[in-house]
Design a binder for this molecule. Sequence first.
Ligand code: APR
Length: 265
Amino acid sequence: MNDELSGAIEEAAAIVKNARHVVALVGAGLSAESGVPTFRGPEGLWTKHGEPDLRDYDRFVEDPKRWWEMRISRQSRFGEFVEALDRAQPNAGHLALREMEELGYLKHIITQNIDNLHQLAGSAAITEIHGNRTKLRCVACAARWPLDEFPIEELPPQCPLCGGVVKGDTVMFGEPIPRDALDECSNQTWQCDCMLLIGTSAVVYPAAGFPIDVKGMGGHLIEVNPNETPLTRHADVILRSLAGEALPKLVQRLREMAAEGERHA
Ligand code: APR
């Protein structure tokens, strides 16, 4: 481990250890080491195929039956993304976040990822601001179901609770973020005095605004990213590394600090 990184790990561990309410804001970079393409950057999905336009959700609302027919026939121009998601397993970065939660340091994960890898890694306190690809959601009452627990008997499927239209839980371009998810993100941000910014380019709102709120309330920001982002200049500590390498080292240092603390107690 180079000196610069080990010094930054030391600083980050000290901040996390002394923080009251640590929240991780997670982006596609965390799942990159699980083989899931990121969106921006040279190999990014949007860079290669172009970003979906903001009328995506309007088209769904105009003709939800057609949207479902396309979905069922897997007609997507992002086939490689879907296949990568189907194959993906949690990596050392996801597992380190679970450990940080179990050790009591990490209180919540706000993830922009739809890949369900936090749950597969065993993390518990999670808000998926862009939804979860393994779930369905009613657009009217926001009730959600695991995909395999909701038999599709008609197109578009109707919500058994309110009669609303059911769609994939993934938030589409142009779709408002579900109220319950947004409220929980605000609740966690409000309590947060240390936010880990993990593998996000921090250009998509409202997620990219949460760290600024934390900073504005006097909290600390720790960026974990091999590249600079618009949040780098606001960060107190920068772990210029891959998440799957830096996060396990951060957990290891926290464990050592806890042991040192016990020895001196
Ligand atoms: N570890 C940590 N960070 C990484 C790694 C890695 N192994 N690999 C790449 N990164 C960083 C990149 O440097 C970049 O800053 O992850 C970031 C990925 O940025 P984006 O592709 O823009 O992903 P994200 O920030 O999650 O995008 C936000 O945009 O299009 C929407 O809905 C989509 O949720 C997504 C949102």
